[in-house]
Design a protein around this ligand. Sequence first.
Ligand code: PAF
Length: 283
Amino acid sequence: MKVFHNKSELSQHLEAFKATSSTIGFVPTMGALHKGHLSLVEKALSENDIVVVSIFVNPTQFDNKDDLEKYPRTLKADVGLLKHTGNNKVIVYAPAVEDIYGGNVQSQSFEFGGLENEMEGAFRDGHFDGVGTIVKRLFEIVKPNNAYFGEKDYQQLQIINKLVELYQIPVEVIGCPIHREKDGLAMSSRNTRLTEQHRKAAPFIFKTLKSAKTKFGTKSAEKVTEWVKTQFSKQPLLELEYFIIADTETLKPVKRKSTKKTYRAFIAVYAGDTRLIDNIALN
Ligand code: PAF
């Protein structure tokens, strides 16, 4: 399995594939790979001739220096897992910050039709400018036919769809279902940072999302939100940052339910100093 650290070498290598009209699947990641990532890679392998997996902890999408420093970096183990999954059909691109940003580690500024101002955008300053910048650059380098993103970052997925539309990038963006641990906790690279106590407490997040879904069948978004807040106020190890029921398309919080629209509940929770997000389709 080939591992590239340099974008020019990667592009050169990929040109040969494109010349034979082979399809390129792309799975962008920040590494610390888990089964959720591997399921994206497996789906990409089943739908493309080759799959590029990027492993890059993108500094411009972190609004918190400490979070960036503590983000797990496990390149050797990641490469081992990918070898096992895809063998020589997988190509890894693991650049240094320099290769992507040169000497200018800055985000481009984006407007994604307001999607960028909701939820993660409201709580993580500049986050989606950072995500937009890196994903646009990676698309320019890899030029994939298909790109795969997990629905755990549902807002990110919608923003990437918008990015592709705005910049007319010729790539098919494919959203993939959330992968969960047996106890319901959404798989995330950040889970490895949880203490034993916080790991035990964390499945409460999905349990509450499931109950919220049931309640949303008969109650208003406001009532369900109040209920969720009360549940978290009784959890000493988990601190609720937000719980929002939003329109799936606009990501704006729902004011009045309509049978013509689809909704999702979104949540962000601190378990100690680890921030976890999750979401669930409601109808
Ligand atoms: O979802 C992620 O891991 C990151 O936001 C992404 C898409 C790889 C961009 O850095």
